[in-house]
Design a protein around this ligand. Structure first.
Ligand code: PEP
Ligand code: MN
Length: 348
């Protein structure tokens, strides 16, 4: 990773750097931060000669070589200074709350408009709504691109930024064109490396946030962090991890709750953690406890399926969505225990 003296290299300086690393079979990937860019060396960066030539350039401060399977995501990397912002919140200043429908009803746009107004009133920072849905069986409703207009309309009515999942490159292109504020990668695509690379590339320098859910088949934590590296190393550092429960489920819950991995993630990597209680426990009545557990584990925020009238929702909403009234209480309680884990930081 190349650290420049100024926040950004000029085009001429970048060309010079690229030409040096090119001689050693490497390339440069620019990672666009809000204030400063980071220049990752893609390829084998071990050559002493290459590093010495780079360090010799008057506009280069230093070259960091990280012995880690995820060089950029590593908490010791220069990237650790990057602070993600979303929904008017600088992550780390207060709990970031995303709420809204699992699935947008193509026949009843008003439900989403009413939910959007109510979650805003309850104190949420952003609106979620599933346009394209990954469903276990092809016989279930698969989502409908027409509901994207409903989501965009809800954004313009409330001013809330919006979050939706994409499953392929065609959907990704539409989402980027419509300036979706945060793109979700669902649990089924969490290890789809070609999609992760495309997401990093197509959202580089757009400010779009990426919510990377954890793969449902409980893999090692390092594998999850390395999946995030695919997005960041392709240009977008606005990455949020999202534990959402793993398989096999704990008897009675939809999945096996995994908000407990939050402190492990935070020890290893700098990216924020947004816990998804809804898919984890999978029943509205268990969601508040799971939210508060996530906060107690030190999560930076929550993404909570919420519906103005859950029993009239579609997809997961009738079973897992909480009402805006419950959401309001969760937000109050989440704020009350915000920062609680830091009372123990540094104690042994
Ligand atoms: C969702 O958020 O509605 C969803 C399908 O998520 P996951 O990928 O975690 O199942
Ligand atoms: Mn859902």
């Amino acid at each position: 990773m190349i650290i420049s003296k100024e926040n950004k290299l000029t085009e001429k300086q970048l060309k010079e750097v690229e030409s040096i690393v090119g001689e050693f079979g490497c390339a440069i990937q620019v990672i666009y931060g809000a204030h400063r860019n980071i220049y990752a060396i893609i390829g084998d960066e071990r050559s002493e000669l290459m590093v010495n030539r780079l360090v010799g350039l008057p506009f280069i401060d230093r070259v960091d070589r990280m012995e880690s399977i995820y060089k950029l995501m590593d908490i010791r990397s220069e990237m650790a200074g990057h602070r993600c912002r979303f929904g008017g919140v600088t992550v780390g200043d207060e709990p970031l709350i995303i709420a809204g429908h699992c699935t947008i009803d193509p026949n009843n746009a008003n439900y989403l408009f009413e939910t959007a107004a109510a979650i805003k009133e309850a104190g949420a920072h952003a609106l979620r709504g599933g346009v394209w849905k990954p469903r276990t069986t092809p016989h279930s409703y698969q989502g409908d691109v027409s509901t994207l207009d409903t989501l965009l309309e809800a954004r313009s009515r409330t001013g809330l930024p919006i979050v939706t999942e994409v499953m392929d490159e065609e959907q990704l292109e539409i989402a980027v064109k419509e300036k979706i504020d945060m793109i979700q990668i669902g649990t089924r695509n969490a290890l789809n490396y070609s999609l992760l690379k495309q997401i990093g590339k197509k959202t580089a320098d757009t400010g779009i946030g990426i919510l990377l859910k954890r793969g449902r088949h409980m893999g090692p934590i390092d594998e999850y962090i390395a999946a995030g590296e695919y997005i960041v190393s392709n240009g977008n550092p606005n990455l949020f991890f999202c534990p959402r429960g793993t398989m096999p489920g704990l008897d009675g819950y939809r999945n096996h709750p995994d908000e407990s991995i939050t402190p492990l993630l935070k020890q290893k990597t700098w990216a924020p953690v947004i816990v998804d209680p809804s898919h984890s426990v999978g029943r509205a009545m268990y969601v508040p406890a799971c939210c508060l557990a996530g906060m107690a584990y030190g999560a930076d925020g929550l993404i909570i399926e919420t519906h103005i009238e859950p029993s009239r929702g579609i997809g997961d909403d009738p079973v897992q969505s909480v009402t805006p009234e419950i959401l309001k209480k969760i937000i109050e309680d989440a704020r009350a225990i915000w920062g609680f884990p830091s009372r123990y930081t540094g104690l042994s």
